[in-house]
Design a protein. Structure first.
Lengths: 115, 110
């Protein structure tokens, strides 16, 4: 069974920055995603990165503020979050791609934006 | 801006059958929107059950099935069990950078 483990999130002030990572236990995947869930709310897709590490797409809500990347070994996925807002408070999940869906999910990590 | 609609809540009796649906504000849901279904039990990470309309993952119980029904995507649960109580999210992929979740259906087995 493939496991995805996100790094610990944390508390950050508005306009601050935070980088999340997600490490895969097994082989490198093709496309990978970040998805988030605000407290008590539904799921929101954020970003996808291709196996070429250069093909990247973002949801409008995070475009220009968040950057998705992956390391050369393809075992670690990152999400650099800048200019954080109160509404970015959420549990952040990484997930592998499966034909326009998500196959494996991480356990999630809580990011709290608060002054 | 696409809005994906789901029933807010449904109740099914143990052993019973229930169908959850997923609609799109932009028109009928077709296989071209690659509907998928995600289960989230309380306090747990999401788990994908169905992808690309009707395909199951290796861990998907046989009692779950996906389909298209009357212009919507549908998730049917036949033989509901107490452990199936969860929130079920539908995902529609309009394009590579426009993937929209529905608001979720809270399923109660009672």
């Amino acid at each position: 069974q493939v496991q995805l483990v996100e790094s610990r999130g944390g508390v950050v002030q508005p306009q601050g920055s935070l980088r999340l990572s997600c490490t895969a236990s097994a082989f490198a995947f093709s496309n990978m995603h970040w998805v988030r869930q605000a407290p008590g709310k539904g799921l929101e897709w954020l970003a996808i990165i291709g196996s070429d590490r250069t093909t990247k797409f973002y949801a409008d809500s995070v475009k220009g503020r968040f950057t998705i990347s992956r390391d050369s070994s393809d075992n670690t996925l990152f999400l650099q979050m800048n200019s954080l807002r109160l509404e970015d408070t959420a549990v952040y999940y990484c997930a592998t791609d499966k034909e326009w869906a998500f196959e494996y999910w991480g356990q999630g990590t809580l990011v709290t934006v608060s002054s | 801006q696409a809005v994906v609609t789901q029933e807010p809540s449904l109740t099914v009796s143990p052993g019973g059958t229930v169908t959850l649906t997923c609609g799109s504000s932009l028109g009928p849901v077709t296989s071209g929107l690659h509907p998928s279904w995600i289960q989230q039990r309380p306090g747990q990470a999401p788990t994908t059950l169905i992808y690309d309309t009707d395909n199951k993952l290796s861990w998907t119980p046989g009692r779950f099935s996906g389909s298209l029904l009357g212009g919507k995507a549908a998730l049917t649960l036949s033989g509901a069990q107490a452990g199936d109580e969860a929130v079920y999210y539908c995902l529609l992929s309009y394009s590579v950078d426009r993937r929209v979740f529905g608001g979720g259906t809270r399923l109660t087995v009672l």
